[in-house]
Design a protein around this ligand. Structure first.
Ligand code: NAD
Ligand code: UDP
Length: 336
């Protein structure tokens, strides 16, 4: 198949592009490089030993998208493009709504015009919000607590409405838990701009000496060691989840959501210990207060993805930390 990846130069997109190329698919990427680098695409090509097609433009440019679809070669789309920083979304909600919703409606219009009606969407566990139960199941209500999460919940709703309109669309909605790690080559990985928001890239930058210490956001949660618990999924397993989704798309006029997670949680201190083992050096850390909006614990119930997509996470947290360290130590400043 030929697959269009919007936002394919980013962290999850680049690993998925590599997995698709390795599986023999053709890959077309559209990315405005707002939060990524074209270097990731060169490295994906180098690792796969094959080339992909890359267009640098905004997905909200429906005309350019239309031209891309015009030759009829694209069979399906994976829609990664979006802004994803929770704190930034609170400070700049309009930018988040305009980008994330606008990119999706533009993409759907271009797909409809070209009669390409299979889409895999990058959603997030953040759509569940604070529902009470730490183990998230797809049937739980959406209850996002910040503008970023709202955009994901709204897009899920848009996809459900478009599916119900009877035009033959098939949507697979993938709710990612916490993607971590890198391709085992260490050639591609997560390269956040500025101060990392997420735990593992922050820890990796401490390990490589770019930052003096990890700030642990609270150790007074009702968890085994008092720090927050999350479901960390290796990005290569997540990439494989997209291939599984593309191979088992829902029936026409259906939008189906799947949790992509491991199915268990690790605390902040578990992650720090695993990373120390991977890099062979201590990670200085200091406990500060809780981060606003954080939950104590959440993890996936991944049974639906296992049953319907035949997908399950195979790699361990130790694998993820070893691979994240290989990437970070070989590329201390990321792609730049
Ligand atoms: P990323 O920022 O590395 O990748 C997103 C890519 O989209 C970037 O390359 C960016 O330049 C591009 N982009 C953004 N808006 C665009 C637009 N309007 N037009 C063209 N390109 C645009 O993020 P990621 O971690 O790879 O995440 C990919 C997707 O998965 C996002 O939608 C994100 O919300 C979702 N997600 C990520 C996580 C996570 O923790 N990484 C968790 C859950 C869901
Ligand atoms: N966390 C932390 N210090 C950091 C970044 C994150 O202690 O610098 C904690 C955070 O409070 C949460 C866990 O690590 O318990 C995962 O946070 P992340 O931002 O990576 O993911 P999310 O909050 O989206 O699950």
């Amino acid at each position: 198949m030929a697959i269009l990846l919007t936002g394919g130069a980013g962290y999850v997109g680049s690993h998925t592009a590599l997995a698709l190329l390795r599986a023999g698919h053709d890959v077309v990427v559209v990315d405005n490089l707002e939060n990524s680098s074209a270097e990731s695409m060169h490295r994906v090509e180098e690792l796969a030993g094959r080339s992909l097609t890359f267009g640098q433009f905004d997905v909200r440019d429906t005309d350019r998208l239309g031209k891309l679809f015009a030759d009829g070669s694209i069979d399906a789309v994976v829609h990664f493009a979006g802004l994803k920083a929770v704190g930034e979304s609170v400070a700049e909600p309009l930018r988040y709504y305009a980008n994330n919703i606008g990119a999706t409606t533009s993409l759907l219009a271009a797909m409809d015009a070209a009669e390409v009606r299979q889409l895999v969407f990058s959603s997030s566990a953040t759509v569940y919000g604070d529902g009470g139960e730490p183990e998230y199941v797809e049937s739980m209500p959406r209850n996002p607590v910040n503008p970023y999460g709202q955009t994901k919940a709204m897009i899920e709703r848009i996809l459900e409405d478009v599916a119900a309109s009877g035009r033959g669309f098939r949507f697979s909605i993938l709710r990612y838990f916490n993607p971590v790690g890198a391709d085992e080559s260490g050639r591609i990985g997560e390269d956040p701009r500025g101060v990392p928001n997420n735990l593992v890239p922050f820890v990796a930058q401490v390990a490589v000496g770019r930052r003096p210490e990890l700030l642990v956001f609270g150790d007074d949660y009702e968890t085994a060691d008092g720090t927050g618990v999350r479901d960390y999924i290796h990005v290569a397993d997540l990439a494989d989840g997209h291939l599984a989704a593309l191979a088992s798309m829902p029936a026409a006029d259906r939008a189906v959501a799947y949790n992509l997670g491991v199915g268990r949680g690790w605390s902040v201190l578990d992650v720090v210990t695993a990373f120390e083992k991977a890099c062979g050096r201590p990670i200085p850390r200091r406990v500060i207060g809780r981060r606003a909006g954080d939950l104590a614990a959440c993890w996936a119930n991944p049974a639906k993805a296992r049953a319907e997509l035949g997908w399950t996470a195979r790699r361990s947290l130790d694998d993820a930390c070893a691979d994240a360290w290989r990437w970070q130590s070989a590329n201390p400043s990321g792609y730049s």
